[in-house]
Design a protein around this ligand. Structure first.
Ligand code: AGP
Length: 635
């Protein structure tokens, strides 16, 4: 999390930095800052560094820049999601060395910062913030002092070398950008386990932690590899690996960012993104489910036969909403395609993975492609399998992501791009649907290859998926209206319980997560049958229960569980087809009567819209809820 932008060129840096930061605000919005350098004297070759920082959202930094100005064609900017130190001005980036002439912005966590801070303090350095980042400018300054003491002159070369050497001292994950007033024509950037991309613009070079910040300026990008350090000057880019060896690589072109980020006529990005789901589902159907494919190979996915061969089990690693999609995926892969499948919190898997099993496909699910825990869990799994030596245990990995240019795509050999388009709202909606569809495609493919389902069953599911876009379209319009009125009853609510079973249990979890994220109402999702084992003690008339009851093996069971809740005076809201069990519920959010397999694709819509309208009624900042960030690039 946190967003970094940097630029060196011939026009004023500050407006570019602010524009780039605006596109990155979804990565964090606790505070923001920038530093620029302007030539103050050609003769001395020194620049003068301006550093401006403001607590709160980017708009506060905008005002500061308008008021005080930030001249110069070289600059670095940052939007923060607090890890170390409260979200206040003194902890906002950039952080500077004791002279004030060297400024650093950083994304990530420096895990050995306490040790480094003590060491620097013992050398007489005073710290002005509570952040882990502040050690970096002091360490670089110390390194530069050594070079100057050896008689070297200030130059981009000694700056890049100082940053490289300091990188070796840092533990943890980071992306950083550095400027120094003694070298006003040099920008140095570095990364380890946190994304950073260089952009090649017209007459300028840029650098950012994510593509939207670059897309307005250039389509030509050079993603930095892990451990690399780069020197950007008006003349070009010098790229070095962590040993200081010069690297040569060609840039690539950015695609698919045309629909970046306007709300159109919607009040919030989240609502716009909910409404985009039918169109995105149609794109997926057109791309992957064209008519005429043989039942033996019902999905057009970009994998060779060998990708599917010999897989005996699947494990899914993900966080948050992506894990919920993985849970639906696991249900489909086990129950429809017959492959034993487990789902893990990536953050837990990293440190307590199960014993290795042979012929296992590991699927990482991450819409951003940058979630640190998911990437680290995948890397750890790959390492331990490689070191095993037996080919049956070799790593086989697939990434399901919405960002095919992201870190996961550089880490994992096989990628399924869900193609949902950039999602700006912090609460994932259209990308959840995209992830679900990716799993439906995998389940269909495995089922037909393994003959765990008949041709008729496979054809039926494929046709149901083809009908999805048009059904979703009317469902969203209807539920938008229904949720507006139903949301009124939540004006004083403090706790909500979501119940689901089987394939809809993950949707209950997702409903609870959506509500918590954007409305700050405490909510829990439970498997409906588990209620009576404890959570039922929470129920009383002020605790609404939202129960997903869709026809299938557990339909009657869910209705019984719902009635147990009603008997405890809870207000009962059903997500169920019309005409099957209205009498059970105090209010009904009707969804079409579809097969049990398909039901999550429909039951999630009322979850999204009800949460949205409850939060909107409360006047909350739906697209940028407190304490959250869109991609979580720290552990
Ligand atoms: C979803 O609404 C959340 N913002 C969050 O749980 C998210 O799904 C999680 O952080 C994982 O993100 P990823 O898909 O980018 O890996």
């Amino acid at each position: 999390m946190c967003g970094i932008v940097a630029v060196i060129g011939s026009r004023d840096a500050a407006p570019l930095l602010l524009e780039g930061l605006k596109q990155l605000e979804y990565r964090g919005y606790d505070s923001a800052g920038l530093a620029t350098i302007e030539f103050s004297s050609q003769a001395s070759n020194n620049g003068s560094l301006t550093c401006l920082r403001a607590g709160g959202k980017l708009v506060n930094l905008n005002s500061l820049v308008d008021r005080d100005g930030a001249p110069g064609q070289l600059g670095i900017g940052h939007t923060r999601w607090a890890t170390h130190g409260k979200p206040e001005e003194k902890n906002a980036h950039p952080h500077r060395d004791s002279s004030g002439g060297l400024a650093v912005v950083q994304n990530g966590i420096i895990e050995n910062h306490r040790y480094l801070r003590k060491e620097l303090e013992s050398e007489g350095v005073s710290f002005l913030s509570d952040t882990d980042t502040e050690v970096i400018p002091h360490l670089i300054a110390r390194q530069l002092q050594l070079s100057l003491a050896e008689g070297m002159s200030p130059s981009g070369s000694i700056l890049v070398e100082a940053v490289r050497k300091v990188s070796l001292e840092l533990k943890g994950a980071y992306a950083l950008a550095v400027i120094w007033d003694k070298t006003p024509e040099s920008l140095v950037v570095a990364r380890r386990q946190a994304p950073l991309l260089i952009g090649l613009g017209e007459g300028e070079f840029l650098c950012a932690s994510d593509t939207p910040a670059l897309a307005g300026f250039t389509r030509t990008i050079l993603p930095m590899e892990d451990g690399e350090v780069a020197l950007l000057t008006p003349l070009g880019i010098e790229l070095y690996d962590i040993r200081g060896e010069r690297q040569q690589r060609s840039p690539s072109l950015l695609n698919g960012l045309e629909d970046v980020v306007t709300k159109r006529n919607f009040r919030h990005f989240m609502l716009k993104e909910i409404y985009e789901q039918p169109e995105k589902a149609k794109l997926w159907v057109d791309r992957h489910l064209p008519y005429g494919l043989p039942a033996s190979s019902p999905i057009a996915y970009p994998f060779e036969n060998s990708f599917y061969e010999g897989i005996e089990r699947i494990q899914i690693l993900a966080c948050g909403t992506s894990r919920h999609a993985g849970m639906v995926g696991a249900y489909l892969l086990e129950q429809f395609a017959g492959i034993p499948t487990s789902v893990f919190y990536a953050s837990e898997f990293r440190y307590s993975a199960p014993p290795l099993a042979p012929n296992t496909l590991t699927i990482g699910v991450t819409q951003s492609g940058e979630t640190a825990d998911t990437l680290a869990a995948l890397a750890m799994e790959s390492r331990r399998r490689k070191s095993h030596g037996n080919p049956a245990f070799a790593p086989r990995q697939l990434g399901i992501t919405n960002r095919s240019e992201s870190s996961i795509a550089r880490q994992v050999p096989n990628i399924l791009d869900i193609g949902s388009g950039i999602e700006v709202g912090v609460a994932a909606t259209k990308t959840f649907l995209g992830q679900l569809l990716a799993f439906y495609g995998l389940a269909l493919t495995f089922a037909s290859r393994r003959k765990s389902r008949s041709v008729e069953e496979i054809t039926t599911m494929a046709n149901e998926l083809r009908n999805l876009p048009s059904q979703l379209f009317s469902l969203i319009e209807k539920h938008d209206q229904l949720s507006i009125s139903l949301s009124q009853m939540f004006s004083e609510t403090q706790n909500v319980i979501f119940l689901g079973r089987g394939i809809n249990y993950p949707i209950a979890l997702e409903g609870a997560l959506k509500l918590k994220e954007i409305s700050y109402i405490h909510a829990e999702g439970y498997p409906a049958g588990e209620m009576k084992h404890g959570p039922i003690a929470l129920l009383e008339k002020r605790v609404p229960v939202i129960s997903i009851a869709t026809p299938g093996v557990v339909f009657e069971k869910v209705l019984s569980n719902a009635q147990e809740a009603k008997a405890r005076d809870a207000k009962l809201i059903g997500v169920a087809p019309n005409g099957l069990a209205e009498e059970v519920f105090d209010a009904l959010l009707p969804i079409p009567e579809v097969s049990e397999w398909m039901s999550p694709l429909f039951s999630v819509i009322p979850m999204q819209l009800l949460s949205y309208h409850i939060a909107a009624n409360r006047g909350l900042d739906i697209d940028q809820p407190r304490n959250l960030a869109k991609s979580v690039t720290v552990e």
